[in-house]
Design a protein around this ligand. Structure first.
Ligand code: NAP
Length: 292
């Protein structure tokens, strides 16, 4: 009897113990009828080169990359494609014709969540990004390409904010504005914003009471407030926005969509959003009930 080998997929990062990606991808494979298994691997920076070689010699179907390796992995790959070419950050590695190609699905994942769950088209909108780290970078490059009317980058480290502004201008020709969290001009920016996104880890479990210092109270009533943090599902930032009557967008949709896009890059097939969203939503709700 001929047996078909099960294909190995994985996540490289550190820590990875609490990642939802194995739940997401294994369920996606089951729904699509793909004979694959997805495992998480805790990889230290010094082990990353060997881990990438393992992808080659084990003929893995693909891997996701998370903190702290998203930029560090670039020299170990054969080439970058799509958003990863612009941002220099990789969250998905795809074997293509014997080469390993780095992609980033974070920016597109957020856009899909924004369109389908937030019911917002970013073109022509005034967007405020709080935080200028890896996730903010992925979103900023997407927004620059989607033709937003204005993009405000709010960071606590002026050099890092200036660096992202310069990269955006250099690689896309888009001019964003940089601000600090304490700048008086933030009030005017908040009053005019159509979309405000928390791209900092503030509010993430276990520090669930934290939130970025941003004057949500002056936002206009149609301003959509989004959080990339998904544990807890409703962050303190989103809770404040809801109390003010503002529409909100949780981070879980982005997580599911970036995973769906990664799965499609590896398999050519697109798993359905709804059952994957329900699965992760249920797992997170259980975690929240457990932690009180
Ligand atoms: P990162 O690269 O470490 O960037 C974090 C950013 O937040 C940096 O600009 C950092 O400033 C800033 N920051 C941290 N603490 C701050 C504080 N107390 N006050 C003001 N700014 C602060 O992390 P990341 O990869 O961008 O991730 C950010 C968040 O998004 C995390 O919670 C992550 O879990 C979440 N995320 C969610 C998804 C999803 O699918 N929903 C995807 C990716 C990321 P400095 O640069 O000065 O340190």
């Amino acid at each position: 009897m001929k047996t078909v080998a099960r294909r190995l997929f994985g996540l490289f990062g550190d820590p990875v113990g609490h990642s939802l990606s194995p739940h997401l991808q294994n369920e996606a494979f089951r729904l699509l009828g793909i004979n694959g298994v997805y495992l998480s691997f805790a990889i230290k920076p010094a082990e990353l080169g060997a881990a990438v070689e393992a992808v080659r010699c084990l003929k893995m179907g693909g891997v996701n990359i998370t903190i702290p390796h998203k930029e560090r992995i670039v020299p170990y790959l054969d080439r970058l494609a799509g958003d990863a070419l612009l941002t220099g950050s990789v969250n998905t590695v795809v074997p293509e014709d014997g080469k390993l190609v780095g992609y980033s699905t974070d920016g597109e994942g957020f856009l899909l969540s924004l369109r389908h769950q937030g019911q917002m088209e970013p073109t022509g909108k005034k967007v405020v990004l709080l935080g200028v780290g890896g996730a903010a970078r992925a979103l900023a490059f997407r927004f620059a390409q989607e033709g937003v009317a204005a993009l405000y980058l709010v960071g606590r480290n002026p050099e890092k904010t200036a660096g992202l502004r310069a990269d955006l201008l250099d690689r896309t020709g888009f001019s964003a504005r940089g601000l600090s969290f304490s700048e008086p001009a933030l009030m005017k920016v908040a009053a005019e914003a159509d979309l405000v996104i928390n791209a900092t880890p503030l509010g993430m479990f276990p520090a669930v009471k934290e939130q970025p210092a941003f004057p949500l109270a002056v936002c206009h009533r149609d301003c959509l407030v989004a959080d990339l943090v998904y544990h807890p599902l409703e962050t303190a930032f989103l809770r404040e926005a809801r109390k003010l009557g503002l529409p909100t967008l949780e981070g879980l949709g982005m997580l599911v969509y970036q995973g769906i896009l990664a799965c499609r890059l590896w398999t050519g097939l697109t798993p359905p959003f709804a059952p994957l969203f329900q699965l992760l939503n249920g797992l997170l709700a259980k975690k929240e009930a457990f932690h009180g």
